[in-house]
Design a protein around this ligand. Structure first.
Ligand code: LIP
Length: 256
């Protein structure tokens, strides 16, 4: 299954790449939440190919109405994770595809066609970027850790969400090496997996932002939980905390 998925995702990457270098029609789903005709085109392409090839799976996708779908044997798609980057030609945007069987993680693929980086993992088989094995850092020192985060779109309209961002930046930033915000949750998780970042946290993510990246990170030896150090629910409105495992408890201790 994984080889066919990769082949289809690489074809979809050509649509993303074409859009990246041309003018886009932008519409707003929310005050900050953008969508372009390329998000729709990539999603439609993937849905058509996946539904004819993998008939036993239903497809949950960012730009679709998923209300009558039950999560079980599911392919979860974010056609362009990092749409604001895509619109502004910041080269951190990716097609994210997570495959779940009986609600359990099975395959994760995150493809950034601009940098031509394809991250992949299948449960029990390790994680790879362009076929090179991925491994989280072995850093135990929080003060030497590079931590990534994200700012939820809802911080424009919800004071509590904005307060969360500021409060936690105030508590994490002085304790670590530095903080990054690249604007694509799926890539952020892969960058913890490849050992670029030591940890990452963010609130209000959707299942399609994290479904694939979580599998890749866990297969690279990382740890993913919610803020209470419990199993992260991809459909819950929780804070995701994703690390190399070694700094996990310390990062959790700074978050509130
Ligand atoms: C985005 C993320 C980004 C996060 C935003 C949003 P989109 O996904 O990956 O990092 O901060 O809240 O969810 O909308 O570009 O697919």
């Amino acid at each position: 299954m994984i080889d066919t998925l990769i082949q289809i995702i690489k074809e979809a990457g050509e649509i993303l790449k074409k859009g990246y270098y041309t003018n886009k029609e932008i519409t707003f789903k929310g005050k900050k939440d953008l969508v372009t005709q390329y998000d729709i085109a990539v999603e439609n392409f993937l849905k058509e190919k996946f539904s004819s090839t993998f008939k036993e799976f239903n497809i949950i996708a960012e730009e679709s109405d998923n209300s009558d779908l039950e999560f079980c044997d599911s392919i979860i798609i974010d056609p362009i994770d990092g749409t604001t980057n895509f619109v502004n030609q910041v080269p951190h945007c990716a097609i994210s595809v997570g495959v779940y069987k009986n609600k359990k993680p099975y395959i994760g693929i995150v493809y950034n066609p601009i940098l031509d980086e394809l991250y992949q993992a299948k449960i029990g088989c390790g994680a790879f970027c362009n076929n090179e094995p991925l491994k989280v850092t072995s850093n135990k020192q929080f003060k030497e850790s590079l931590i990534a985060t994200g700012f939820p779109y809802t911080s424009a309209t919800n004071k509590n969400d904005l307060a969360f961002v500021i409060r936690n930046l105030e508590s994490v930033l002085p304790q670590c090496q530095d903080v990054r915000r690249l604007g694509s949750a799926s890539i952020d998780l892969c960058m913890v997996a490849r050992g670029t970042y030591d940890g990452y946290y963010e609130i209000n993510l959707k299942a399609w932002d994290v479904a694939a990246g979580m599998i890749i990170l866990e297969e690279a030896g990382g740890t993913v939980t919610n803020m209470n150090n419990e199993t992260y629910n991809i459909f819950g409105k929780e804070c995701i905390v994703a690390t190399n495992g070694l700094i996990h408890k310390e990062l959790l201790s700074y978050l509130s």
